[in-house]
Design a protein around this ligand. Structure first.
Ligand SMILES: Nc1ncnc2c1ncn2[C@@H]1O[C@H](COP(=O)(O)OP(=O)(O)OP(=O)(O)O)[C@@H](O)[C@H]1O
Length: 741
């Protein structure tokens, strides 16, 4: 029972246990046992609930002859009862002690019992002469998750009533009788209150105030408390009437129904106090900076600032990349618009130039597939025409030299004179063709810069130029034939073919070589120093050389060379005199004539080789122009078919990257072929070195790679038709020139 009531103390506001019965029936004995068990159970409960903080307080009073006294004070006077609207009847100045532990509590309880009024009667040696009320107040604080502090306050009342007694049985007199009267009166009031409460007249008048006992126990009796009444009885037959009265009291008390409520009282004062403590603590932390906490805060702030700076740098970088990409996109769009308008310079789009100049006889790469832009073609045409102009200038210079040279050699036989006359006429005609071609180009260039690009006009113009170039080729062919005839008519040729097989072989070998030994044709170097016997400077040099020669060598030379009749007659007529002088003069003149003849032969052969080269270059130019015409026609057919080439920037970029990869592979393959053909054609080391230095794989150089390849193929065919080149040709005579560059 005590455990149940101890639990009630912990959760209910008021719990009251009191003992009622006649004197000497064992009330005090029972309540002592109950209080001992209660103390033990209370502290067990405290130990099992460490999350709550408990405060055990004890107060004790006795009502002796309707006087309330404090049992915890040795010199306590009468105490007044006060009525509190919340707490009910309270005892003024009642001492309340806080128990430190269970032993302390027991000690305090012992003090209370010692202070109680006890008297000897006939029935009980230590009869209790007052009502004793020991109140244990249990406070507990609970910290909830919300931070709110709740306080529970409960009261456990142990009431040991004085025993009802009959004076006849106790033989009380004097003081004991007076004490008995007060005891019976207060017990009578208690019985009346219990009876009225048991009758269900809760809201009727309950005479609590008729005795101090009922006033103090009012809260325990009227229903807000859990109340237990222990009724003690004596088994003696003489106490039957008292026992019946006790049972009647118990029967009435049993009918009373209380409405106990959970006592969850939040102490506002304690709550305010707790909150004030929290506020003070926070203020102290706020105004007293913690160095450890501030250092951590500084570190965190520094890290955040670094992160912000890093993010700002990344943002700037992204902005820069965005602006760069935007600029590139704008530039690409601008180029695309210019492409559509045909205004892109030649150098800005080497890929497309490469497309234009890919030979149709070779494997067609995907780049060339109908992606040619008109402006690219026109630009390429212009470039070829520039090469043509340069070629024409070189041809003019060479023809001037050739004309002078031919004019200087009117002293041969009749056939040679006719050949030279015919050659002069052909040279004039060729120069006339060249001048017409140059003028037409100049007009077209002016038209191009003024009007712009018109592909159809360009094609028409190229066709007309094709006729002119064809005429030029034909005229060069005639000049070449005349030169061959002139060489055949030279006296040294006839003599050498009859008397010197070795010289004849060398001459034939030179005759078959179509190209000059040097790479780029340099007209002043074509002609040897003794280019003309009319040159006074050369004449003086030759005479001094002849005078210093060994006579044997001069004689040998005179036996090899046979001077012409005209030369011989001129020299003899100018030196008529003494026979010795005449004889020596005749020998010297023969030597000089021999030297001039050699120089003439050399120069004519050089001019013939150059004319041959001119013819080859003109043929190449013609081929390239025809190729361009094919490209233009292909472009027009694609445009008619509605193919919009290079309309999407992304596709162009992809094509560009693919073209680079494709071109790299093509370049490697073509270079390998060129190297093989160099070996076959015995290309000079100088030529190979120059070629390597000039063309390192740039896509814009595709035309030159292909020209070189075609030239070498042509050379290989020539060698194959003439026999084994290793046996018939050697040294510089097989060197190649980069005439297309
Ligand atoms: N259950 C019990 N077992 C043994 N002895 C008991 C028991 N109950 C009571 N006594 C004894 O009976 C005597 C009277 O008991 P007690 O003083 O407790 O009676 P009481 O009802 O308080 O009397 P009073 O009203 O006069 O104070 C005591 O000496 C006590 O030791």
């Amino acid at each position: 029972m005590t455990v149940s009531y101890v639990d009630s103390v912990m959760f209910f506001s008021i719990a009251t246990i009191f003992a009622y019965g006649q004197t000497s029936s064992g009330k005090t004995y029972t309540m002592r046992g109950i209080m001992e068990s209660a103390v033990t159970d209370i502290y067990k409960h405290i130990q099992s609930n460490p999350e709550r903080k408990f405060f055990i307080k004890i107060s004790a009073l006795e009502i002796y002859n309707e006087v309330v006294r404090d049992l915890l004070k040795t010199d306590s006077g009468p105490l007044r009862l006060l009525d509190d609207p919340e707490k009910g009847t309270i005892v003024e100045k009642l001492e309340e002690e806080t128990a430190k532990d269970s032993e302390h509590l027991r000690h305090l309880i012992g003090i209370c019992e010692a202070q109680r009024q006890v008297g000897e009667t006939a029935l009980n040696d230590a009869s209790s002469r007052s009502h004793q009320i020991i109140r244990l107040t249990v406070e507990s604080n609970l910290h909830e998750y919300s931070g709110c502090v709740k306080s529970y306050v409960a009261n456990l009342n142990f009431v040991d009533l004085a025993g009802s007694e009959r004076a006849s049985q106790t033989n009380a007199e004097g003081t004991r009788l007076k004490e008995g009267c007060h005891i019976n009166l207060s017990l009578l009031t208690l019985t009346t209150v219990i009876r009225k409460l048991s009758d269900g007249k809760r809201f009727s008048h309950i005479p609590y105030r008729q005795s101090k006992l009922t006033r103090i126990l009012q809260l325990s009796l009227e229903g807000n408390a859990r109340t237990a009444i222990i009724c003690t009885m004596s088994p003696a037959l003489s106490h039957v009437e008292q026992s019946r009265s006790t049972l009647s009291f118990a029967s009435c008390a049993k009918k009373i129904t209380n409405f106990a409520q959970v006592n969850m009282i939040v102490s506002d004062k304690q709550l305010v106090r707790q909150l004030q403590k929290e506020v003070a603590k926070l203020e102290a932390e706020l105004y007293t900076p913690n160095p450890y906490a501030s250092s951590n805060t500084n570190v965190i702030l520094l890290e955040k600032e670094m992160q912000i700076k890093k993010m700002e740098m990344e943002m700037e970088k992204l902005k820069h990349e965005r602006d760069l990409a935007k600029a590139q996109l704008d530039e690409l769009r601008q180029k695309m618009e210019q492409d559509k308008l045909g205004l892109v310079p030649f150098e800005s789009s080497p890929r497309r130039v490469a497309k234009c100049l890919t030979f149709s006889g070779q494997s067609r790469n995907p780049l060339r597939k109908s992606s040619t832009v008109p402006s690219m073609l026109v630009n390429e045409i212009r470039k070829l025409e520039q090469l043509q102009v340069l070629l024409g200038e070189e041809a003019n210079k060479a023809l001037e030299v050739l004309q002078k040279e031919v004019a200087c050699h009117r002293h041969g036989n009749q056939d040679a004179a006719q050949t030279i006359a015919k050659l002069q006429a052909e040279i004039k005609e060729v120069r006339a063709v060249r001048s017409l071609t140059t003028e037409a180009y100049a007009r077209n260039v002016v038209k191009y810069h003024k009007v712009g690009t018109n592909l159809k006009d360009e094609i028409t113009r190229l066709h007309s130029q094709g006729k002119t170039i064809a005429n030029l080729e034909e005229q060069l062919e005639n000049v070449q034939k005349s030169l061959d005839k002139l060489i055949m008519s030279l006296p040294s040729y006839t003599l050498s073919t009859n008397t010197a097989p070795k010289s004849s072989k060398t001459f034939n070998k030179r005759k078959m070589v179509p190209l000059t030994p040097t790479g780029n044709v340099n007209i002043p170097h074509l002609i040897r120093p003794p280019c003309s016997p009319l040159s006074s400077s050369s004449r003086m040099v030759l005479e001094s050389e002849v005078e210093n020669m060994n006579p044997d060598e001069n004689h040998t030379n005179s036996m090899v060379v046979t001077p012409s009749k005209s030369e011989d007659s001129v020299d003899v007529s100018s030196r008529e005199g003494t026979p010795g002088y005449q004889r020596s003069n005749s020998v010297n003149m023969k030597k000089m004539q021999n030297m001039f003849q050699n120089a003439i032969e050399e120069n004519v052969r050089s001019i013939k080789a150059y004319v041959t080269e001119l013819k080859e270059r003109v043929a190449k130019l013609q081929y390239q122009k025809q190729l361009l015409v094919c490209q233009v026609l292909e472009l027009e057919s694609n445009e008619i078919a509605g193919y919009e080439e290079a309309s999407e920037t992304d596709e162009n970029l992809n094509d560009f990257h693919k073209s680079l990869e494709t071109w790299n592979s093509i370049f490697q393959e073509q270079m390998q072929q060129i190297i093989k053909l160099w070996d076959i054609c015995h290309a000079s080391l100088i030529h190979r070195t120059q070629f390597y230095q000039l063309f390192k794989g740039d896509q814009a150089d595709q035309i030159y790679i292909e020209v070189e390849l075609r030239r070498l193929c042509w050379m290989q065919k020539q060698f194959a038709s003439a026999g084994d080149p290793h046996n018939e040709h050697s040294g510089d005579e097989l060197s190649l020139s980069l005439s297309s560059k």
